[in-house]
Write a protein that binds this ligand. Structure first.
Ligand code: ZN
Length: 274
């Protein structure tokens, strides 16, 4: 699933190609927008908000979400698409470029003044202007019993974190994905690491969370059964998220570097007996 940095780059690409230009063509290939034609209207701006993409045309907002497999591609006018036409959900073109939205998980259009209804619930965006780590911490601590691995992906806490950054951030900070938020020793450090990883990758085409000496881009993500780079213990995986999306919701971790929580609760009992 695309993470916040992917959507950020997509927004930047569309902003560079569409903003400030009148549309010479618009084609919405979803039933609820089928009759909408924005030809002749100028694109005012393109912005990302976590994993949401907002294309503002005149007084309207074209709101898309890439969900699992969606993406936006940009072509020169008349250039042959490298994707089957039936996968294309939206076409926005001007004199110089043609942008196509492929396999978009969400596509809807509404007055820009109603944007808050679509994205107002989202927490602070590490790649946005109003990033506020303390607010993120407060939002996460409102549900102290929730496993940190779920809390990080709750877009109401902070927005833009998906499966990859969840696993990588928790490995880097040595916290097990099941540890309750309220028991995490340094929540602020985890939040800061999310911010740093997203920023480190926002200008890269290939995401990487490991140091340059490592060829593998990730510490633990999709490395199940392979040795941890720090301690050689085989990396493990566990489903952690909505059951209907298990494959995309697997959390990856090193059982040695990220010890399971609750161990501390059993060992002190023995200590008391002594
Ligand atoms: Zn390890």
């Amino acid at each position: 699933m695309p993470e916040g940095d992917t959507v950020f780059r997509t927004a930047r690409m569309l902003d560079a190609t569409l903003t400030g230009h009148q549309l010479t063509k618009s084609d919405f290939r979803v039933p609820q927008c089928a009759t909408l034609d924005l030809t002749g209207y100028p694109v005012e701006s393109v912005a990302s908000r976590g994993k949401h993409l907002l294309i503002r045309v005149a007084d309207l907002t074209v709101h898309t979400h890439l969900m699992m497999d969606g993406r936006w591609d940009v072509y020169a006018p008349g250039e042959r698409w490298r994707t089957p036409a039936h996968k294309v959900r939206c076409v926005l073109a001007n004199d110089s470029f043609e942008a196509i939205g492929v396999d978009l998980g969400l596509l809807r259009v509404f007055p820009t003044r109603l944007e808050h209804k679509a994205v107002g619930h989202l927490g602070p965006d590490p790649l946005g202007h109003a990033w506020d780590p303390e607010e993120v911490r407060e939002r996460m601590l409102m549900r102290p019993d929730l496993p940190i691995g779920l809390s990080l992906m709750d877009q109401r806490n902070l927005t833009g974190i998906g499966n990859i950054y969840r696993s990588e951030t928790l490995f880097i900070t040595k916290v097990h994905p099941l540890m309750p938020v309220g028991a995490v020793p340094d929540l602020a450090r985890i939040i800061e690491r999310c911010f740093l990883l997203l920023h480190a990758n926002k200008d890269r085409n290939r995401r990487k969370t490991t140091p340059t000496e490592l060829t593998d881009p990730y510490w633990v993500y999709q490395r199940t059964g392979r040795p941890c780079y720090l301690c050689h213990t085989p990396i493990e995986q566990m489903p952690l998220g909505p059951p209907e999306k298990d494959q995309e919701r697997l959390a990856f971790f090193c059982p040695t570097c990220q010890p399971v929580p609750y161990r501390e609760q059993t060992e002190p009992a023995a200590a008391t007996a002594v």
